[in-house]
Design a protein around this ligand. Structure first.
Ligand code: NAD
Length: 253
């Protein structure tokens, strides 16, 4: 079966930071496989635009705005979601930012912002979704880490790398806790993917990175989306706490 089989039909999925980039591609893959996708982003207008694209392609999508780093906004968003859909089957913690600076330029404010969005944001959403998943004894959580979180980066981009490594720890810890409740928690670690985020890199930074990718190219957002969809599906029912590399061979562990 190809990627268009409808194995996620009837599932309710939320993808954070899904207005563009990897999140949008993931939302499209999940919708294409039959899920009703909640498209989250910070601004309702951006989430709505992405949801409309999915609907125009024949998928089911609903926009929902909140900032993942704001626990009150997250809890309110999930409450509204549960009131409307009565369950959430799949949570993809994708929302994130890039900040391509080296170690000396990382101010305490930059450190906090990075950790708050990636790591605390994922924690906030996991906390908000878990009780309902436990009650139903079903759930799939996929955290979007990075090759940087596994291997480290080459440039002292320590706040991003620490946040992404933290997400791997969060994934393993929560996976052990949640497995007895029928919940799979896993992660993906993408290599460099062509998105707005990587557009912010300097040409030198990008060229150095591509030179280290055996596949010889950047990844496509949908290639990450398909890996996430696999972990979010029942095909991955016996996988717990794994961080799946999707990186063109740039790091093999
Ligand atoms: N592009 C890559 O090469 C790459 C590689 C590895 C991992 N990642 C990770 O993939 C994820 C998506 O990256 P992308 O390349 O698609 O980036 P992107 O900048 O294209 O998209 C990120 C989306 O997240 C949203 N977002 C940011 N902060 C948010 C918040 N606090 N609350 C809700 N939404 C928020 C943005 O508005 C945007 O729509 C990130 O976690 C990133 O770290 C990307």
């Amino acid at each position: 079966m190809g990627s268009t089989h409808k194995d996620l039909r009837g599932k309710i999925a939320i993808v954070t930071g899904a207005a563009r980039g990897l999140g949008k591609a993931t939302a499209e893959v999940l919708a294409n496989r039959g899920a009703h996708v909640i498209v989250n982003d910070r601004e309702l207008a951006d989430a709505t635009k992405a949801a409309e694209t999915i609907s125009a392609q024949g998928g089911q999508a609903t926009p929902l705005a909140f900032d993942v780093s704001d626990v009150e906004q997250v809890n309110d968003g999930f409450q509204r979601l549960l009131a409307q859909f009565h369950r959430i089957d799949i949570l993809v913690n994708n929302a994130g930012i890039g900040d391509f600076v080296s170690f000396p330029e990382i101010t305490p404010e930059k450190w906090d912002r990075m950790l708050n969005i990636h790591l605390k944001g994922s924690f906030n959403c996991c906390q908000a979704v878990l009780p309902s998943m436990k009650e139903r004894e079903y759930g799939k959580i996929v955290n979007v880490s990075s090759v940087a979180g596994k291997r480290g980066d080459f440039s002292g981009n320590a706040h991003y790398t620490a946040a992404k490594a933290g997400m791997i720890g969060l994934t393993k810890s929560l996976a052990g806790y949640a497995a007895p409740f029928g919940i799979n928690v896993n992660a993906v670690a993408p290599g460099l993917v062509a998105t707005n985020l990587t557009d912010e890199m300097s040409p030198e930074w990008k060229a150095t990175t591509i030179a280290r990718i055996p596949a010889g190219r950047l990844g496509l957002p949908e290639e990450i989306g398909r890996a996430i969809a696999f972990l979010a599906s029942d095909d991955a029912s016996y996988i717990f706490g794994e961080t799946l590399s999707v990186n063109g061979g740039s790091y093999m562990d």
